[in-house]
Ligand binder design. Structure first.
Ligand code: UDP
Ligand code: MG
Length: 319
């Protein structure tokens, strides 16, 4: 089967006037070279998503669109955050494209990794993850916090590709399947692995932000990690249940201990009763919270209404 070859590069932008002109230059060079090598069709485009910027971002996007049809864009009514902006771009682009690559506006992701991504797409991958081979160019602080982020996510039971952010190729087929995920709390890098299909990774060196400031300060990053965990994993609930079981077992031991101490006559009046009750009640409470949590966990998975299966191949379909 010959695979479609129209590429859309989706770039979410929030107050990126300082970098946008450079991004436009770089992407134009890249797309032209890809078109020349016949890897992508001549009507491939860059689609900017203006995420409610307060600066000249949208003006730059609409100006370049007027001058050069290789560039197009959509503008959201207000700032919705990186993940929502990206989703808006992906879902819009999939209507025009066969291949969609998402990347940040700040040129931290190496555009030269696109060649290899597209090769892997032609080899049959529906999702190709860009993975940072090193973080030498990141500040010490960013490196430590970001690596901690991935490790903590893994520990909390979220299956994500290590050191992969949102630089990723997705085929139209993957995006069509993805559009069946209706959840509101988005954590795209954790959701694409759920789509299944053949996937691959491409390594690239992550660069410094070309200009402007990071829109992900520590506070946002922490809330992003927390969002990721609570939207993907009921491990925290399970932890409460485990603690409940442990405390409950401990409380039985404590009760026995209290009785023994009492029988040995080494206690003041009322001690056994008070200490014993504290442990028993705490144990029962923790256990009960854990059990209620299990049910909440079930409600949580049900309300997401994630697709229960995605069909990869159907021999009845004629190509
Ligand atoms: N971004 C966005 N909406 C926001 C915040 C960020 O569209 O509310 C975009 C931003 O313009 C950039 C990308 O998301 O293209 C990633 O942001 P940034 O580079 O600041 O994050 P970092 O690389 O520092 O993690
Ligand atoms: Mg960045």
């Amino acid at each position: 089967m010959k695979r479609g070859n129209t590429l859309y590069v989706v770039v979410p932008c929030f107050n990126e006037e300082e970098v946008l002109n450079e991004t436009i230059k770089e992407l134009k060079k890249k797309l032209e070279s890809l078109i020349k090598k016949k890897k992508i069709s001549g009507n491939s485009k860059v689609m900017f998503v203006n995420d409610g910027s307060h600066d000249n971002t949208w003006k730059i996007i609409s100006d370049i669109n007027r001058k050069d049809k290789m560039f197009t864009g959509i503008s959201l009514s207000k700032n919705e955050g990186h993940q929502n902006a990206l989703l808006a771009g992906l879902m819009t682009a999939k209507e025009y494209a066969d291949i969609v690559i998402s990347m940040d506006a700040d040129l931290q992701d190496d555009v030269n990794a696109m060649d290899e991504m597209i090769d892997k797409y032609y080899d049959g991958s529906e999702v190709v993850y860009g993975v940072r081979s090193s973080r030498k160019k990141d500040s010490f602080f960013k490196r430590i916090t970001a690596q901690g982020f991935y490790k903590f996510m893994k520990f909390m039971g979220v299956d994500i590709v290590y050191n992969h952010a949102d630089y990723r190729l997705t085929s139209k087929k993957a995006l069509d399947a993805f559009s069946n995920f209706n959840e509101v709390n988005l954590f795209l890098r954790g959701m694409f692995p759920l789509v299944g299909f053949k996937s691959d990774v491409v390594y690239y060196e992550r660069k410094k932000r070309f200009a402007g400031k990071s829109k992900y300060p520590l506070k946002k990053m922490m809330s992003f990690a927390w969002d990721g965990i609570t939207s993907f994993s009921i491990k925290p609930i399970r932890m409460v249940l485990s603690i409940g079981v442990v405390i409950f077992v401990l409380s039985i031991i404590m009760l026995l201990y209290c009785l023994i101490v009492k029988l040995l006559g080494q206690t003041v009046a009322g001690w056994t009763f008070i200490v014993g009750s504290i442990w028993l009640i705490a144990g029962i409470q923790m256990l009960s919270i854990g059990i209620i949590g299990e049910y909440i966990g079930k409600i949580y998975s049900e309300t997401k209404q994630r697709p229960r299966y995605i069909i990869d191949k159907n021999l009845e379909d004629k190509e």
